[in-house]
Design a protein around this ligand. Sequence first.
Ligand SMILES: Nc1ncnc2c1ncn2[C@@H]1O[C@H](COP(=O)(O)OP(=O)(O)OP(=O)(O)O)[C@@H](O)[C@H]1O
Ligand SMILES: [Mg+2]
Length: 353
Amino acid sequence: MALVALASAKGSPGVTTASLVVGALWPRQVLLSECDPSGSDVAIRMTGPGQTALNPDRGLVSLAAAGRKGIGDEVIMAHSQQLDGGLDVLLGVRAPEQIGGMGGLWAPLGQAFNQMYGSDVLADCGRIGPNSPQLPVLQSAGLVVLVCTATGSSVAHLRERISSLVHHVDAQLGVIVVADPKRRDGVRQVWSVLDQMSTPIQHRWHLALDPAGAAFFDGRGVGRLDRTSLIRTGSVIAAEMAAAVAPRTSTDFDMAQAAFPTNNASYGSAQHAAASYDGTATYEASATTYDSTATYDAGTTTYDAATATDHTAASTSETASTTEASGYTTSDYYGTGTAGTTDTTGTTGEYQQ
Ligand SMILES: Nc1ncnc2c1ncn2[C@@H]1O[C@H](COP(=O)(O)OP(=O)(O)OP(=O)(O)O)[C@@H](O)[C@H]1O
Ligand SMILES: [Mg+2]
């Protein structure tokens, strides 16, 4: 199906958090793969079903050892694990020292991700530079998304990285700005800087800077995740991003289903068990439930994959906030200031040109 690579130019703007949020809300079967050479954060922050610990030795390194003769869906999924809530993850290396064990497998790995029959793949590629070993994963992606904050230095490094990357990748480009929902000017200023670049950025998204929401993806969540601005903005990003890389024709999708008909059953994913294609260009994904310290129900998200413009979300009463995915666009959405959206960190001053 599709490979989306997420990365940053510098700093820690929230690539891993964005990957987890978007993965949890993805409307099709999806695997989150940690391809950050600096080491896995998901193994430390997240838990498996029933809050059991994840196995840090099962992931990219064990896959590399097992996949020297070829990497396909089955070997990838055999080295993946499920998070509490159902998202499939392929854990990254424990430490940068393990990167040597990957050898020359980054390129075949990227190709295998891009060609998975049963699942889209979101690759958290961490910080990316011209000599990054994981660059081949970005080169296999259909969409490369760079994450930044609305600060002058973050945007300056983003510009530099885009200018360089464009010579190495042949993919759609997107940018996620992590910014306080109340500070819309900062986001607009980032877009105006990108407008001045010769490289077209096809997709622009705003993910809320929301410490309370982000805490759920850092193993510290308290309260209701579904009410957070992180989830509200993340829902829009997940729907639009998935539409941007959706199979273009029913034939493509039917071929994938025919070749890999039992993906949901064999992986036991609670996340997208109801994924179906009904011939009218409508994909439906089942609910995603996080039940560690709080529960949210992402509800049933339906979108028109053919036009990629008609996003609606029919949700249960628990998810009133996610129904707001209908009728607004990323560019005009700025949260309503729910608890936790206040910028208490002081780290995201608005970007001033
Ligand atoms: N949208 C957000 N709102 C508030 N806090 C966030 C958000 N995204 C990330 N954070 C916080 O910022 C810190 C870094 O986040 P994260 O690990 O996702 O960044 P990263 O870009 O993946 O960093 P690295 O390059 O080091 O892997 C974490 O403490 C996380 O909780
Ligand atoms: Mg990270």
